[in-house]
Design a binder for this molecule. Structure first.
Ligand SMILES: CC(C)(COP(=O)(O)OP(=O)(O)OC[C@H]1O[C@@H](n2cnc3c(N)ncnc32)[C@H](O)[C@@H]1OP(=O)(O)O)[C@@H](O)C(=O)NCCC(=O)NCCS
Length: 134
């Protein structure tokens, strides 16, 4: 696969299509404009293209010094299993390391732990779990 990795945000419609593949918007119920607005607040983002088609994405939300949160790691279903996620995550991590960010976190779905473990992520300890406001 000939994939180009670009450190910039995708166009609104491109990302809307890729994001729709995940089914996450059933929960978030974001409009296209809200989704675009959320991307604009990213600290760093990587878009992967095959020719003109957006096939992968990942981004970091950060204060630029201490905390970083990796979100929206999405590879198009037709392109999963080809090393695109690896490349994007490595680019996100390299950027965090370049800025010496101390704390890099993410939420992983149950069937995705194995992917992130390959990059050095560990589950938080039982006595210090992540929490989410409901
Ligand atoms: C999870 C995801 C980002 C992985 O991207 P990908 O491009 O398919 O993964 P890669 O091909 O780069 O895989 C890199 C390595 O991780 C492994 N891997 C990929 N998905 C995995 C999974 N779900 N569990 C365990 N290992 C996984 C691959 O086998 C490969 O291992 P290897 O280098 O030893 O051969 C992608 O499947 C995806 O976008 N899923 C849908 C959206 C989603 O759920 N995002 C994550 C939210 S937590």
């Amino acid at each position: 696969m000939d994939i180009q990795y670009i450190a910039r945000l995708p166009k609104k419609n491109e990302f809307w299509k890729l994001f729709a593949e995940t089914g996450w918007n059933m929960n978030y119920k974001l409009s296209k404009n809200e989704l675009e607005q959320s991307l604009k607040s990213s600290w760093y983002a990587v878009s992967a293209y095959e020719k003109d088609k957006l096939v992968g994405f990942g981004r970091v939300i950060s204060d630029g010094v201490n905390h970083a949160f990796i979100v929206d790691m999405i590879i198009s279903q037709s392109h999963q299993g080809n090393g695109i996620g690896r490349m994007i995550l490595n680019m996100l991590l390299d950027r965090c390391k370049e800025f010496n960010l101390r704390d890099i976190q993410l939420f992983a779905a149950k069937d995705k732990y194995g992917f992130y473990e390959k990059f050095g992520f560990e589950k938080r300890p039982e006595d210090a779990p992540g929490m989410q406001y409901k």
